[in-house]
Every structure is written in structure tokens, then in C-alpha cells.
Design a protein around this ligand. Structure first.
Ligand code: NCD
Length: 309
């Protein structure tokens, strides 16, 4: 049997730092965590995770906190910079060099691209990127892959549509990179001004078949995974542009009558109006399952980088 890849002490900054074999191993560890999420464990007893969140979050921060708590560890940190020394002008490098004295792993969300990489350069403990501006969100991509594998039994062989804001949405950047390691067809569906970032589209197209189109309707029938995203209002330099593209896609329950019976609807959440609440009660809706999968995935990841798995 081949050896398991080693993760102890590693940073999780970009999904591009990982091979398919490593990603599959992380997904396997998430599966191992499923029963522990229910009954609890002391695997990370005495270990401390610090969350440094310079941007809004509900799921990512709380699921990391839930994950370490379920493994017997402890979480500390800040959910906004108000009330921290950032307000006094402390830079990220210093905040990292301070908080690593309090914790064994740092989970960082920051509005600037490259922030997580920089934090990792200054930290001597592992840094996990919980969202670096519009650039990447690797742990979301991992939980998305885990959800696809769990719901459909495989990732290879699927046709996957990424829909909405492919320009500013960081989750779809990480997910597209990750999917390019599998044998999938990717359909990138967005309004022209929100097309997939060039560097992502170019790199991914070298490895797998990619179609770019503005039409969801034309492609709905062929999709196994319908991955909807929110238009990232906060990242637009010009709000008039946002006004032009907001509400570009709105998936309603009736649309799903035309899809494959087994197709699944995913969304990193929060949603605005791109997935109608009527979809929630259809068997296709998997976005709340994604949220639960985020906990086991992050339990596995923490276990790995802290050397407990
Ligand atoms: C996403 C994010 O923060 O990038 N949310 C999340 O972490 N699940 C998606 C978004 O904000 O639209």
C-alpha cells in the first residue's frame, strides 16, 4: 500500500499546493471524522486554534470552531477587527507573530489577496486560509469536493456547472483548480463581466474540458452538479456594474424538472436570490448538507495539520 501523504505542520493556503492524492486523503479523513462529529473525541485535547477574521463570516469561522471543539481542542480569536490592535495600526505580520504564541494553528480570513500566503510566511505554526479576498477559499473547495463525492459517489466522470460570479467569487476559483485534478467536464456559466478569472480559466483548460457560456438554461440538462454562487457585491469597484448583473440567475424548483434526476444543487452560502427557497424542499438541494460536511472536513484538516491523524 502506498504511504499516506504527510500534512503535519503544513499550511493550507492555496488548493494548488495539493495533489489529487493529497486531496483524496483529506476527503478520506473527513469521512473518518463523521462518527467523531457525533460522539466527540479528545484527539486534539490541549490544542488551541486561533481564528483571525478580518472579514465577515458565519459558516467558515463557526465550523472551524465547532470542528476543534468536537475534537477536544479550544478556539480563540476575533471575528472582526473592531476592538483589536488592528484598529491601532498593527499589521498582519505582527498580529500573526503575536497570536501564534497563543495557538497551535491560525485560521485567517482577510480581504486582501495574498494575505494568507503572507501570514504563512511569518507564522511558525500552520496557517489555514479561510478566504483571501477574491482569490481563494481552499477549505470551502475541499468541503465541496467532499459533498460531491458523498452525494454522487464519485467526482470523476461528472459534468459540473459553476454559476454566477466567477470573477470575484473565491470559492469557485479554488473549486475549479481542484476539479481540474479530476476527470470532469466544467461548464462555467456567468454574465460576461463576471467571467471566470483568466488565470484560473487558462490553467484549468489545460487539464480538463471547459465550456464558458452566459446561459444556464442551455446547459441545465447536462449538469450533475449545479453550483450556484452569490454575486459578490462588496468586491465591485463600481456599484453600477453590480446593478447590471445582480439577479442574473435565479434557480427555481421548476427548473429542476428538466435536470437529471440525480443532479445536485450546491451553494457555498450565504445566498441572496440566486436559489429560490422553493428549491430547498427538492431532493436536489444539498447546500445545507454542505454546511454539515464543512465541520467534518475541517475536523480532518485540523487533525492532519496538527499531526494527530
Ligand atoms: C463564501 C465566502 O466567504 O467566500 N462563503 C463561505 O465561506 N461559505 C461565499 C460568499 O460569501 O458568497
Amino acid at each position: 500500500m502506498s504511504e499516506s501523504p504527510s500534512f503535519a505542520g503544513r499550511d493550507i493556503v492555496s488548493i494548488r499546493d495539493f495533489s489529487r492524492k493529497e486531496i483524496d486523503h483529506i476527503l478520506d479523513m473527513a469521512e473518518v471524522m463523521e462518527p467523531l462529529a457525533k460522539k466527540g473525541s479528545d484527539m486534539l485535547h490541549g490544542r488551541i486554534m486561533a481564528t483571525l477574521f478580518y472579514e465577515a463570516s458565519t459558516r467558515t469561522r463557526l465550523s472551524f470552531e465547532s470542528a476543534i471543539t468536537r475534537l477536544g481542542g479550544t478556539a480563540l480569536g476575533f471575528a472582526e477587527t473592531k476592538g483589536t490592535s488592528v484598529e491601532k495600526g498593527e499589521n498582519l505580520a505582527d498580529t500573526v507573530r503575536v497570536t501564534e504564541k497563543y495557538a497551535d494553528v491560525l485560521v485567517v480570513r482577510h480581504p486582501l489577496e495574498g494575505a494568507a500566503r503572507m501570514a504563512a510566511e511569518f507564522a511558525s505554526v500552520p496557517v489555514i486560509n479561510a478566504g483571501s479576498g477574491a482569490e481563494e477559499h481552499p477549505t470551502q473547495a475541499l468541503l465541496d469536493l467532499y459533498t460531491i463525492r458523498k452525494e454522487l459517489g464519485t467526482i470523476d466522470g461528472l459534468t459540473i456547472g459553476l454559476i454566477g460570479d466567477l470573477r470575484y467569487g473565491r470559492t469557485v476559483h479554488s473549486l475549479a483548480y481542484a476539479l481540474s485534478l479530476y476527470k470532469v467536464k466544467l461548464v462555467l456559466i456567468s454574465p460576461d463581466i463576471l467571467q471566470m478569472r483568466k488565470e484560473v480559466a487558462e490553467e484549468v483548460s489545460k487539464k480538463i474540458e471547459v465550456t464558458e457560456t452566459p446561459s444556464l438554461k442551455d446547459h441545465l440538462r447536462e449538469l450533475d452538479v449545479i453550483y450556484m454562487t452569490r454575486v459578490q457585491k462588496e468586491r465591485f469597484a463600481d456599484l453600477q456594474d453590480y446593478e447590471k448583473v445582480k439577479g442574473s440567475y435565479r434557480l427555481v424548483a421548476e427548473d429542476l424538472d428538466k435536470t437529471k434526476k440525480s443532479s445536485i444543487v450546491m451553494h457555498p452560502l450565504p445566498r441572496v436570490d440566486e436559489v429560490d427557497p422553493g428549491v430547498d424542499s427538492t431532493p436536489h438541494a444539498k447546500y445545507f448538507q454542505q454546511v454539515g460536511n464543512g465541520v467534518v472536513l475541517r475536523m480532518g484538516l485540523l487533525g492532519l495539520v496538527l499531526g494527530a491523524l
